[in-house]
Design a protein around this ligand. Sequence first.
Ligand code: ADP
Ligand code: MG
Length: 667
Amino acid sequence: MSSKSDEKSKAEKPAKKSTDKAASKAGKPESHGFQAEVSRLLDIVAHSLYSNKEIFLRELISNASDACDKLRYEALTEANLLDGDTDLKINLSADPKAKTLTVTDNGIGMSHDELVRDLGTIARSGTAAFLDEMSGDGNKDMNLIGQFGVGFYSVFMIADKVEVTSVKAGTQEGWVWKSDGKGSFTVEEATGGVDGDAADRGTTIKIFLNKEALEYAETARISHIVKTYSDHVALPIILDGEQLNVASALWARQKSEIDETQYKEFYHHVSHGGDEPWMTLHNQVEGVVSYSSLIFIPTMRPFDLFQPERNSRLKLYVRRVFISDDCADLLPSWLRFLRGVIDSEDLPLNVSREMLQDNPVVAKIRAATIKRVLAELKKKAEKAPEEYEVFWDNFGLVMKEGLYEDQDHQEQLLALARFHSTTHSTTGSQDGVSAPWVSLADYVGRMKEGQEHIYYISGESGETVAASPQLEEFKARGIEVLLMTDPIDEFWIATAGAFDGKPFQSATRGAVDFDKISTDDTNDKKDETAPDEKKADTGDIAALSAMIKLALGDAVKDVRASNRLTDSPVCLVADEGDMDIHLERMMRQHQRVDAASARILELNPGHDLIKKMADTVREKGASSGEKMDDYAFLLLDQARIIEGESIPDPVAFSRRLAGVMAGGMAD
Ligand code: ADP
Ligand code: MG
């Protein structure tokens, strides 16, 4: 059912021998060390001055509510699990004299092994990455923890000691877990049933409050905390006999009855995050399929976003009963950052995981959810572009997976996609990367007269690609080029082809027809280089190109005069039908192609070096000989270096360079 339990079982378990259990049955508590990550977390929890300690109660109530959800689900197929106690609820009891607070639920409970595993490790994916980000600086770390949600372990912010007594539904054995949160815990057999409840099932957490936390044994204080953070919980939460909450599922209530704080706290519950929802979508749909959905887009990127499973994290309910939190078909993976709940009225209650696959009801909900989310994002992008950019910063990379994987939504996604580009500012600065995000519609709106393509260049980082020699003429003419620096870009561009009827064209592949593009409104740089006498003669360049090609042989596909260079002497481009340079490099890195294809070496007819070489060829013809061969290879190697490629024969390169330098000294 829950992906959690799968994750947990995959997680590294603390060393535990089965003989321990036998030993503790005999009355001797067995002791365990916390997993190293837990110890680190506990240390941070205990030593950081966390202003918001009261959230421990939200975490415990959240776990209790999850435990009841799980039991209700299990009981769909094993009704006797609910025997004798069908009213699921959460009981709180406070004892100021004893300085204790107790949280009890009659949910699924934990077996001996689950206590050891679930309260001794953290298996939530992304934990390691999260802990790596910990700086040791209390305040910063507390912020991160707020984002992450420490879960059960947060109880050690306010406790000297904690005792968890649990009876797993369907078993007779009770076990007690005890810890002071300082590196280890013990587990022993429980002598009585679960405290404070008639049922012999579920979990009781008894907290021995530390001396700074005595307020959490006061009824008024607890009641206030519960109303603040846990009002959305669908089970009754009872404090010393009095019910504190409405106890109906939040998503099933009318929008007008719900305030922002309630949405926010529900978001914290479903997302395990401490950030605010960036967007809240609450919908009650009646029709061919009827369902409620309460879906959030997080403000911050969840830690597990790039786990290989790429699973949807929406919780699926059927008529208020929790069914699954990893229903793969409910959402495409490019929307896996969504958090929340979908509650169907149409699916059968005893729906199994297998039945959820290829299920027409699920498919309809999925299609409607995608439609709704995309429509809301579009609205946001139009009405609040700056807020939208925050979203794109966080989740653009995930959405781009949809550009590649989901042809049906490609057009909508292209309209939502944002890119960096060579600057589009009209203030004159032509180099560098423009800070703001650019939409394809923006780009098309700024296209020059006669420009038919959406130009882009791809590579590893914005700065590197923005400095590519292949962009020199684009910049000189003020033609905007999109900078594609995410690996996935190469793949979706290949499938997308065009936006708004304008084909995408790489600046490093094929020829660019600059002559067609009107650049009348652009800068003076163009005029400086325009006079023809400043460039080598076309015939001379053709002769030089032929000679260089002869020298380089199969190392290049062709050598030709370039129209895209203004400052650099040479660059490499891919031939029209060949794989683009950056894509091929990525493929080589992943061993998908083995040899580098031969490229076209382009020469800048306006560059001094090229002009001198062309002059030499004109004057000396074939007798410019061996020196010209060396120059040819040096030019090619330079172009490779600029491209970030390695030089196939560094020894020869060095010999040639040394030769040229020595020659230079001699002059
Ligand atoms: P999370 O809730 O994100 O999984 P927690 O640290 O809050 O992380 O809880 C860890 C695990 O301990 C839960 O996933 C659950 O398996 C178990 N657990 C905690 N509290 C209870 C409870 N009251 N009943 C049953 N299991 C619980
Ligand atoms: Mg929890």
